[in-house]
Design a protein around this ligand. Sequence first.
Ligand code: SF4
Length: 922
Amino acid sequence: MSEPLRETRSTCPYCGVGCGVVIESQGAQITGVRGDPDHPANFGRLCSKGQNLALTASAEVTRQQRLLQPLRRLERGGPALPVSWDEAMGDAAKRFAGTVLAHGPESVGFYLSGQLLTEDYYVFNKLVKGLIGSNNVDTNSRLCMSSAVAGYKATLGADAPPVCYDDLQHAGTVFITGANTAWAHPVLFRRLEDARAANPQMKLIVADPRRTETAAAADLHLQLLPGTDIALCHGLLHVMLWEGLTDAAFISTHTSGFEALRERVREFTPAQTESLTGVPQAALVQAARWFASNGPALSLYCQGLNQSVHGTANNIALINLHLATGQIGKPGAGPFSLTGQPNAMGGREVGGLANLLSAHRDLANTAHRAEVATLWGLADVPAKPGKAAVQMFEAAADGEIKALWIACTNPAQSMPSQATVRAALQRAEFVVLQEAFAHTATAAYADLLLPATTWGEKEGTVTNSERRISRVRAAVAAPGQARNDWAIGLDLGRRLEQRLPRRRLDGGSLFAFDSAESIWNEHRESTRGRDLDITGLTYAKLETPQQWPCPEGQTAGLSRLYEDHHFATPDGRARFGAPAHQGVAEPRDARFPFALTTGRLREQWHGMSRTGTLAKAFGQASEPCVQMTAQDMRRRGLQAGQLVKLRSRQGELHLPVQASVELAPGQAFVAMHWGSEFAGGLGVNGLMSASVCPQSQQPELKHVAVRVEPAPMAFSLVAAAWLPQGQALAARSAMQAALGHLPYASCVLFGREPAPEIGVLVRAAAPQALAQGLLAMLTQALQLDGPQALHYTDPRHHQQRCVRLGGGVGGAQLLRGFLLAGDTRAQAWLLPLLQEQHALPMPGRMLLLPTATAPVRLPARSEQVCNCLDVSAAQIQAALAHAPDDAAKRLASVQAELKCGTQCGSCLPRLRDMAKGVPASV
Ligand code: SF4
């Protein structure tokens, strides 16, 4: 008898929108995901990443990509061998305790993740600060939200976004700055589109160095130069003051520090601001007028402000605009930092950063430390700030930190200055990685690998961008021997309690928890009387997701803060800041003449350890590349697809170059997802500098100066094949690992799940020919060594070509795989022939011809636009050819015909552009 179908309500594990999902499962298998119609973040909507979640939990992905048992390496670079949980945890406790006892509590570091649940965070934070007695616990939220935290605290007095998603419906002007919301927070962007449709008077202003899809959708795009956010905000305020658009009564009654700011912005005339930011004066004036006088003004912002060497000042400069115009504490108005990760907010709530304590308490505050010590039953908690992310890895590279515990994150992809991070992972005497996925770049450095549960298998809570706490629920049992992250933390904590001297005053255990709920209950108690007080909530009440604060006695959380205009500062007044204009950490110069910025792709998420297991997720951006303007490419004699070397002061990366209409001259762009696992080298973050904002310690991951030069290589390779789904992911990982030493090695997927087969595409280049053994390995991995393969080999000239043929529907012959080593020109037609699976219009042996053009005419290939329904640009253009003239009607007509953009809606901005005749990015 088949097992019954189940439905489990949970939360999407990707971005900070925090959409509710309904997981469908049968037995141990997740079979589907749909949006939760009752969840107040998304009301049933999901973007394409959320819609594809079930595919990332397929049996094939689990078997090939998950870490399913504890593994231990007896030597670095050696094989990771199975070990029991008891042995693994005993070893971990012994090594960590031994290091603490020999070298002090600060000789160990814990690096966590904004993707952990609040309960996971709570346990590890207590373990490090309470038991070990150090504050060396930080998270990848440091790379994402710490400038927003510092900005809120500096101005409003507390780390609390004062607004909510419903404010989109009330806003008259929405100012998006440093965020590509259409791609990074798609469901929120859908809500913004709805609000604009309902209120045609609404104005959307977008400030971004690139003309992203978000910027293209705006009424006004302020295409500022990278790193000039402070000058832009000061220029806007200058115009507001000049035109009498500020709110003098609000400023005098509810704020402090305005005079210094007024003095600061005096010099930021429109002309001066244009010269600093590149934003035309007329656009600046228009933006200032709309912001100050077109109804409530709501700002949405994200990494473009935060990931800067002056990220805190960027945040302060933006919040200044809201305070100066009284655009805060009322419906539709306020500064709204969009959280990058699903639970960066929850991590901060439990104090999971090196400078924080539980419930938004500050480490530097004596009374706060005493409160936490009392709560935990300890004599004290340590006062010395711990090392923030960048410092932690620098300290490990210097030998100061000797043991690292990394949970649910991939610093060998996501941290800047990858050379230092990898030196740290090499030098640390003991590295533990607690992970769900087996093949992250960091996994290669771990002495001990501990299998963790992930989305669909975990119980706990997360907090989204609007302070809303949602339950995360397990739909299926943990696969293999995977354990919940909090359970691993409890096990470690209890074992360390046997070995370390710090004790609860009553002699009990710090880790007397028996469930996620019992951990959350202690966290809840820690918030009593604090700004995020949730003592009015229970796990049961969280059946309906709730916003904080929600103190005891209240039935629902507060949707909007500061409506009484009393701020969380000692005097109740919000504080203006007056930061000076600062540029980027590494300005362009003659040696590094391009401003390289980074950003997100629509279908990928962060380091791709989950989305990178799906061929479908490569539909929109199929391979890693660097984008430049066509003019800059022409000036440098670069052709589309040509391999170039990007060189920064920190490192280099080889990528193919593509033209983009989104960029300004002198700029380049690489998506932030491309790490060594998919793009080779040290990934894009190998280029990035370790410069951090002095207040928030957040690194400048958004910008670095580079030079771009042709990278001719004596040898190149292109190979691709359709492989059974149960083998393709393992083959991809194995090939990427085998090619990892080359200057350029990209290994990606293509195709569309669910399907029996998915494609793997490998590109590599090197100064000399690859060893025959390596070529043989690739040939075998791509199953090009069977009887249906045709081969051509010229060893003297390092030429090798082979193709695998197979039978299709009706006996048609199909190309099923190929490898070109040496002369790779034929990939221009072999790859589309393989990917489109057209019946071969020529004898199979002609596929071995080393020509750049096909010997016979082949159908053209087209970019995919709608990922949900696999609709290509060519199909859309064909439909547009006979659509009406009006852009809105053209869109409706195409949608009626092809259904594109009718599912998750993530491609709607692109469809609108196509209906208006805007050219594609590449
Ligand atoms: Fe997940 Fe997309 Fe919603 Fe973000 S917008 S939470 S990625 S479904």
